[in-house]
Design a protein around this ligand. Sequence first.
Ligand code: HEC
Ligand code: HEC
Ligand code: HEC
Ligand code: HEC
Ligand code: HEC
Length: 266
Amino acid sequence: MRATVTMGLLLVTALIWSSSALGDSIIGSRHDLSFFNQRGYNGSTSGPMQGFTFNDYREACIYCHTPHNASAVAPLWNRNLPDSAGYQLYDSPNFDSTVLNGPDGISLACLSCHDGTISVDDIRRKPAYHGWSDSKVHYRMDATKAGRGSQSCAKCHSRGDGGIGGVNAAHDATVRYLSQDLRDDHPISMVYPTREKDPQFIQPTITKKDGGRAFTNGIQTYEGNKVQCATCHDIHNPDEDNSEGRDPFLRVSNKGSALCLTCHEK
Ligand code: HEC
Ligand code: HEC
Ligand code: HEC
Ligand code: HEC
Ligand code: HEC
């Protein structure tokens, strides 16, 4: 009996360990900026960006969180936010939602890296120790021609456009550099329509503390019942090896359009 219990516990522990190693931890994922150099290049341990492309603070959380002096836009947020007036937002003839002045809430937290206006290592509070040194150049996730100057990640991460290294240039990441032109992206920062307003929207059933609402599968709105980047994405849940059939950081798999059909009745 005891042996079975111990085995059971071992199994559970092993499962927890393997799931965190495989997909449930931000550590070692593309959102762990302290790990870029350890991910290596063809298995090499001297990483591709050692020392000069951005500040490696030697800790994962600090690129986004700080215990003190945080911004309120996301939990203990350690980044300054882009100017919400600088964006072009989605619009169409059928679009019911009021077009806002710009993105707001937690979406600005994502855009503080993904719109290419702020460098990824530009944080409010830097660590005092750990022996990191200022790289002096501060690269941004900018894919535009103009931004592809000396301090754009796209200098190497834009295949086919002369990425440094020729055939061995770094993976093409330009699709991840959203820019401030969001007209080609799923709309964000609009209030989720009520049944009365648009019967083609399925209503979330769970009420959250921040005033947002959630579906049972984890898709959720935020303060003011608004759709934001984190509605569809869970930044802490990468599944980069696709073991759950999700695209990295999606809250649910979109197989069979399951993610879209959570909200849209089509
Ligand atoms: C790339 C940015 C980023 C990094 C790196 C990051 N986080 Fe987060 N974290 C977020 C965002 C954004 C949220 C809010 C998510 C939401 O509300 O949907 C969050 C939420 C949290 C929360 C609140 C969770 C909750 O359920 O309310 C905790 C705790 C947290 N992070 C801890 C950590 C720790 C510890 C690390 C380092 C190991 C870390 N985070 C690294 C962006 C990040
Ligand atoms: C500290 C900077 C930073 C913040 C903040 C941040 N990201 Fe990222 N994100 C990155 C980097 C760097 C990559 C990897 C780009 C690459 O592949 O070169 C990335 C990649 C991604 C990917 C693609 C992952 C893949 O493997 O294909 C998604 C999805 C994503 N981010 C969503 C978000 C969302 C949603 C938020 C806000 C909740 C957010 N990010 C906030 C830096 C950030
Ligand atoms: C000097 C060229 C260069 C610059 C500039 C550069 N990188 Fe890289 N990066 C590489 C190379 C080479 C690799 C390894 C090959 C690969 O993963 O494509 C790499 C790997 C990565 C990875 C790991 C990909 C994976 O799946 O393991 C991420 C994420 C990344 N870079 C993001 C960035 C970000 C964000 C910036 C800007 C702050 C940046 N890079 C700037 C050359 C560069
Ligand atoms: C309505 C749901 C939804 C919202 C809202 C949303 N995304 Fe996504 N995002 C997705 C899906 C689905 C994918 C996978 C697309 C694919 O496989 O082509 C994705 C992919 C991505 C990628 C990876 C691009 C790629 O093709 O590799 C990034 C980066 C990203 N999203 C960032 C964001 C940011 C930042 C925001 C807010 C400005 C946001 N997303 C808002 C659903 C959403
Ligand atoms: C969290 C719920 C939610 C999810 C998940 C979601 N959407 Fe949406 N979508 C909305 C809302 C809300 C609008 C704004 C509708 C409006 O105001 O007319 C919208 C707008 C759109 C529009 C523009 C409609 C127009 O009138 O121009 C399209 C197209 C669309 N979504 C497709 C998708 C696809 C494809 C997916 C899956 C990748 C998806 N949506 C996932 C909530 C969602």
